[in-house]
Design a protein. Structure first.
Length: 185
């Protein structure tokens, strides 16, 4: 049986361009199960998949996160997804260039602090982001594309950490590019 209140919240989140992650960061510094994800997971096959299919969307539940995509769009990445990928690549490369492992960005009690992000925000990185259609500062792009869409969050230390969706996006970038080969260039 579905929870009508949760179902409505799920719809609003997904159609406002946000992902729903299996875990959410709590103010007490721990990771907790997201009730919205639990609702989706529990009723995915019996209700949600068909419901979203009936309105022209594919509800994707994969790798600890959920999102929707329109059947009317072609197989190419959406403009927003491409911008997210570019932003994640710039951040990951910057972290690597500063001598840190990528895991700093995926560990909920670590994360990337403001000082490191400022060091990453170089003219070269801004030119890359601008070429990908991202205008403004690295921080604005992070806030709008990553935090606003629940691809990342700020932990209790105010450090940037990727959610399950952020890890999934990065894994997709890693699989679809020669990023691993070129990260040290």
């Amino acid at each position: 049986m579905i929870d009508k209140s949760l179902s409505q919240k799920i719809f609003r989140e997904l159609f406002n361009g946000r992902v729903i992650n299996d875990l959410i960061y709590s103010t007490d510094g721990t990771m907790q199960s997201d009730p919205l994800y639990e609702e989706l997971f529990k009723n995915y096959d019996s209700y949600y998949r068909e419901m979203y299919d009936n309105i022209g969307y594919e509800l994707v539940l994969s790798g600890g996160f959920a999102f929707v995509r329109s059947y009317e769009r072609d197989e190419q990445l959406s403009d927003v997804a491409m911008k997210i990928h570019a932003l994640l690549m710039v951040i990951a490369r910057g972290i690597h260039e500063l001598g840190y492992d990528f895991e700093i960005l995926t560990t909920h009690d670590a994360g990337v602090n403001e000082s490191l992000l400022n060091q990453i925000d170089t003219e070269e990185k801004r030119e890359i982001l601008l070429a990908c259609g991202l205008k403004g500062s690295l921080d604005n792009s992070i806030q709008n594309l990553l935090i606003g869409r629940r691809i990342a969050y700020r932990n209790a230390k105010a450090n940037l950490v990727l959610t399950s969706a952020g890890k999934g996006f990065f894994d997709e970038v890693f699989r679809n590019t020669n990023f691993a080969e070129n990260i040290g260039d």
